[in-house]
Design a protein around this ligand. Structure first.
Ligand SMILES: [Mg+2]
Ligand SMILES: [Zn+2]
Length: 220
């Protein structure tokens, strides 16, 4: 039987994301800006009912590569992730771990004129979603390969859904109010039978729980 591996985006999926709170951890009062989204705890708790499932938070954090954010070091970014995982634990929701990408692509840099970057963190890495580095980290942590795992990626962006498709898994988009263009982007992707749209984390979890070993019927 295949193992279920579920990778969940952080910002805009598990916790609130906003223009003001962008680059969480770039100031010293970041703790109070961490706000868990409605139904996110319940959703992860529901996923916890799947026997043997590995559940990981995976997050692109290009702010780490921005040298203007003196406080948002790689260590700080890990601290924020650990804090989020602990908050879920306090709510009775188990995340088996997390992985973060601290890199910025040259393309990202070109979109931010006037922003300064750490040169060693600017490159086309293998971990930035929709690349698969963090999903492979999750598979490795559970001792499985793509061939013996059912992989789900849940997130608020098309890049999260594309990450799932890139590994032959199922992508679940939870459209977030601050990312209104993402649903349209997802609708333009192929593989619609491997894409599902859910209202929140609990609905996403219900979908996974009720469609075991199914690639999904698709609903776009
Ligand atoms: Mg997100
Ligand atoms: Zn990376």
């Amino acid at each position: 039987m295949k193992k279920t591996i579920i990778c969940i985006d952080r910002d805009g999926t598990l916790i609130h994301d906003s223009k003001e709170h962008l680059f969480l951890g770039s100031d010293n009062n970041w703790h109070e800006k961490v706000k868990i989204l409605p139904n996110a705890i319940e959703g992860v708790r529901r996923l916890n009912t799947i026997a043997g499932a590995g559940i990981y938070m995976i997050t692109n954090q290009p702010g780490v590569a921005i040298s203007d954010f003196a406080l948002l070091t790689e260590e700080r970014a890990h601290e924020v992730c650990r804090f989020v995982v602990e908050m879920f634990k306090d709510g009775g929701a188990r995340l088996d771990g997390y992985f973060l990408c601290p890199h910025a692509t040259p393309e990202y840099v070109s979109r931010k004129p006037g922003t300064n970057f750490h040169p060693h963190l600017v490159h086309d890495c293998h971990c930035l979603k929709p690349s698969l580095g963090m999903v492979f980290n999750a598979l490795q942590a559970q001792g499985v390969t793509p061939d013996n795992a059912d992989v789900y990626v849940i997130g608020d962006r098309a890049s999260d859904v594309r990450t799932a498709l890139n590994i032959g898994g199922t992508g679940i988009l939870i459209p977030f109010v601050n990312e209104p263009g993402e649903l349209d982007k997802v609708k333009r992707l192929g593989n619609r039978n491997r894409i599902h749209v859910a209202e929140n984390m609990l609905a996403a979890a219900e979908y996974i729980v009720s469609h075991p070993d199914d690639v999904g019927s698709g609903d776009l």
